[in-house]
Design a protein around this ligand. Structure first.
Ligand SMILES: Cc1cc2nc3c(=O)[nH]c(=O)nc-3n(C[C@H](O)[C@H](O)[C@H](O)COP(=O)(O)OP(=O)(O)OC[C@H]3O[C@@H](n4cnc5c(N)ncnc54)[C@H](O)[C@@H]3O)c2cc1C
Length: 384
């Protein structure tokens, strides 16, 4: 038995699902990240876990054929999604045609898990990015069962999870469409729950939606607790410690800092992300202020899937290069910050003090903009 070590393991869970002796379980570490634990007394040394691991045996990655800026024409979908609502439009199309979609949502104990749904309208259950590691919960086995029943399946997840699924399945299925998300890295669920406790929040996932984005201004990241359309709590600049720690790369799973999937070559049929940097160099015809998804089309299957929903979208072709320029995690993993060494040992008061919100002065903003421009120019010259 050979599985990726803790520093490399993304916790995708494919090894646990493939194990014929069911002796691998996904358990939380002290920091709260899910890792495989092997009961070696039952291990038959078949080696399937290592063969299935997307870190030890990465599946084929493909450079995008085209890139699009897009959003759902249905404004209620667009403004409740993380970027432009592409996942929901595609997911509903699959459901309306008798297929099955995967997605993740918090259960009653506030554990974020992958699930399947076959009911039209079901995308609302999974809509929105949750910026924590998702517990796989046997999803790859469940998907294989659906594929064998000839159901069309849409799987959406981080690129390591898509890679885990492809390795688990072992061969292509015509009835499977995969969407990988451009991924910044994942904090643990434990640290997120402790953040909620710090602010005396105990959302009930049966009634409440926990959202990590606020599309009133696309690009804003805040934790929000909603009941129906009513906002019950929203972090502000002073209480946004979790988001700041996530975005600064202080609390990701160790494997995320060396992620082999943070690059242009992709695992999914489609890639979904925020279209950062849109229109910076080449003018853009639409108004992205209510959310805009970057779609990278990586395979013929992805092309067909996009074609099947185009009448429900605002869609404008852009270039993969524009996408790459604007989105850091299409170029490299987020850098590991020295504070990561001690982050999970610190209490929230100390964390909040260390990453305290300071409004940038105009001079600081100007220096930052110059630095960004300089780095962009260097990067572009490097790739000439
Ligand atoms: C942990 C994480 C990090 C991300 N980092 C970046 C980034 O650095 N740059 C960027 O441009 N985009 C990033 N994204 C993607 C972005 O937030 C949007 O999800 C994407 O643009 C699609 O938006 P949408 O409006 O089409 O769909 P949405 O409605 O946002 O649908 C999201 C889909 O993602 C799934 N999902 C949500 N949370 C998770 C999770 N924790 N693990 C696995 N699947 C999940 C949902 O089940 C659903 O299927 C990240 C997403 C996640 C989950």
């Amino acid at each position: 038995m050979k599985i990726a070590d803790r520093k490399q393991c993304t916790g995708c869970g494919a090894c646990a699902d493939i194990c014929p002796a069911t002796c691998i379980s996904m358990e939380p570490s002290d920091e709260g990240f899910f890792f495989p634990y092997v009961d070696s007394s039952h291990c038959t040394d078949c080696g399937l876990c290592g063969k299935t691991c997307p870190i030890l045996n990465p599946p084929e990655k493909r450079f995008p054929r085209n890139a699009f800026a897009a959003w759902a024409l249905d404004a209620s979908v667009r403004t409740t999604s993380s970027s432009g609502g592409l996942y929901s439009v595609l997911g509903e199309h699959i459901l309306e045609n008798g297929g099955v979609i995967s997605g993740c949502r918090f259960d009653a104990d506030l554990v974020l898990k992958h699930e399947l749904c076959d009911q039209p309208g079901g995308t609302v259950l999974f809509r929105g990015s949750k910026y924590v590691q998702c517990f796989p919960d046997g999803i790859y086995r469940k998907i294989k069962q659906e594929l064998k029943r000839n159901k069309s399946v849409l799987f959406t997840g981080t690129p390591c999870q898509v890679a885990g699924l492809l390795n688990f399945l072992g061969h292509p299925y015509d009835n499977l469409v995969t969407c990988d998300l451009v991924c910044h890295g994942v904090p643990s669920q434990k640290i997120f729950r402790s953040y909620l406790e710090r602010h005396h929040l105990s959302p009930d996932p049966g009634r409440n939606v926990i959202a990590f984005r606020d599309l009133k201004g696309w690009g804003d990241y805040y934790v929000r607790i909603l009941e129906g359309d009513n906002l019950q709590w929203r972090s502000d600049d002073a209480t946004n410690e979790f988001i700041r720690a996530f975005l600064s790369g202080y609390c990701s799973n160790e494997a995320c800092y060396d992620c082999p999937y943070a690059r242009m070559e992709r695992t999914g049929d489609l890639t979904l992300a925020d279209f950062w940097g849109l229109g910076k160099e080449i003018p853009f015809s639409g108004d992205p202020s209510q959310g805009c998804t970057l779609i990278l089309v990586n395979t013929e299957k992805g092309e067909k899937a996009l074609h099947s929903i185009q009448d429900k979208l605002f869609l404008e072709e852009r270039t993969p290069e524009e996408a790459r320029q604007g989105n850091g995690q299409l170029r490299k993993p987020i850098p590991r910050q020295p504070m990561r060494d001690v982050f999970y040992q610190m209490d929230w008061d100390t964390i909040a003090r260390k990453i305290n919100y300071r409004k940038a002065s105009p001079l600081r903003k100007l220096l930052r903009a110059c630095k960004r421009k300089l780095l962009d120019t260097l990067e572009r010259n490097k790739n000439k």
